[in-house]
Design a protein around this ligand. Structure first.
Ligand code: HEL
Length: 400
């Protein structure tokens, strides 16, 4: 169902949405800095088409919310709960997986703003003997350049049995780091980008050490309460999602096997790397505030936005991804994959336009790929080309 609200109060039905296409705009080098005011209007019909293709590829339900100044565009398709056949809603809460990493990074960057943390200091200065190499700095950890092996690679080698083995478990941060340290480091500190959940478990330990409290307390005091995020919760080790929420369905590795309802789990295997629950509205509020400079000093935000190239269209900063879209616009945010849920949460450079899209399945690359199409519809408008733009010369090597 398309329930697109355009402006405050006005509702457009799907039938009146124009699906006319226009030629793709030429990509410009300045597009990265283009503010939301200069972006074309979101393509609501395009968003709906993307969600339909997400369902065609196996997701029970999908939702998207685009906020643009005072306007909000809401589109949903399918079910929040396959057993009751309740329709999914943009008001539903869901697990956001690694979008949590942006929250953890912001907490640590706030601590840096408060002169309680030096990003270039070794992690072991704050947590003596935690890591086997004194050269691993806080910045290496937040930018996935520490070389710490990702223990989840082995944990979820088999998707359903791996998940069932940990869904009710409660790990300490040090248990998870010990799992990582059983394996050799993937690279020397700072030498390469290698995404690893272990980095953001270390981040959680740092938050606890530097604040003297829990990560839950830090998220609540520094982000959830000040931003009024009424749908955002860190309930670890509770297994339930509070209030109205979408169920999440894990896709088994065996083709044709029934989806597994993975909604309830401790997410203890991730914690500060991926255990937050949120909603589309709250994630849009969070990234808008972040990109508009309301959470960090300009200097710390600039550090968060120093990017390492990951692939042709993606770069990673400090707990922040940058994606280059086909129209030349770059967007900033994070993606999440946790059993049962995929999330994209991104904002324009000036934070004025934000998108959150979620599907309630995971372990399905076709769904993940299709859901990325919401970014194109939200930030590039109608009729944008599908071909990906080659990175501009100055953007090829952004490794620090
Ligand atoms: S993976 C990612 C995504 N991140 C990383 C983190 C997160 N999520 C995980 O590490 C979960 C891994 C298991 C997920 C599970 C599934 O799809 O439900 N997959 C399997 O079991 C595969 N055998 C880099 C994609 C991110 O976008 O940052 O979230």
């Amino acid at each position: 169902m398309v329930s697109a609200r355009v402006g405050r109060g006005a509702v457009l039905a799907a039938a009146v949405l124009s699906l006319l296409t226009v030629p793709a705009r030429a990509a410009t080098p300045q597009a990265d800095a283009r503010g939301a005011a200069a972006l074309p209007a979101p393509d609501v019909g395009g968003l709906d088409a993307v969600l339909r293709s997400v369902l065609d590829r196996g997701a029970p339900g999908a939702l998207v919310r685009v906020d643009d100044g005072a306007d909000a565009y809401l589109v949903t398709r399918g079910f929040a709960d396959r057993s009751t056949r309740q329709g999914i809603s943009t008001a539903d809460r869901f697990r956001i997986g690694s979008v949590t990493k942006s929250f953890s990074a912001v907490v640590l960057l706030q601590l840096a703003d408060e002169h309680k943390l030096d990003l270039d200091a070794p992690v072991n200065r704050y947590l003596p003997k935690l890591l086997p190499d004194d050269r691993i700095t806080v910045r290496h950890v937040l930018s996935h350049r520490s070389g710490l092996y990702d223990y989840t690679t082995d944990m979820f080698a088999r998707s359903v049995s791996g998940f069932e083995a940990v869904r009710d478990k409660v790990f300490g941060y040090r248990d998870l780091i010990a799992l990582s340290l059983r394996k050799p480091r993937t690279n020397a500190p700072g030498a390469a980008y290698a995404y690893s959940n272990t980095n953001y478990v270390v981040a959680g330990l740092l938050i606890e050490k530097l604040t003297g409290g829990s990560v839950r307390g830090a998220y609540e005091k520094r982000l959830i309460t000040p931003l009024g995020l009424r749908d955002t919760f860190y309930v670890h080790p509770d297994t339930r999602i509070p209030g109205r929420h979408a169920h999440g369905y894990l896709t088994p590795d065996d083709a044709g096997a029934a989806l597994v309802d993975a909604t309830e789990q401790t997410v203890s295997w991730a914690q500060s790397a991926g255990a937050l629950i949120s909603s589309a509205r709250d994630l849009n509020t969070f990234y808008s505030a972040l990109l508009r400079g309301r959470l960090l000093s300009a200097a710390r935000l600039a550090e968060m936005e120093r990017f390492t190239r990951v692939d042709a269209t993606t770069s990673y900063g400090l707990g922040l991804r940058r994606r280059e879209l086909s129209c030349g616009v770059s967007v900033y945010g994070h993606t999440g994959a946790v059993q049962g849920f995929y999330t994209y949460a991104f904002a324009s450079k000036d934070g004025r336009r934000t998108l959150t899209a979620a599907a309630n399945t995971s372990n399905n690359a076709k769904v993940l790929g299709a859901l990325a199409g919401t970014l194109e519809s939200a930030f590039c408008g109608r009729g944008t080309g599908k071909a990906l733009r080659a990175p501009a010369a100055g953007q090829r090597d952004l490794r620090q």
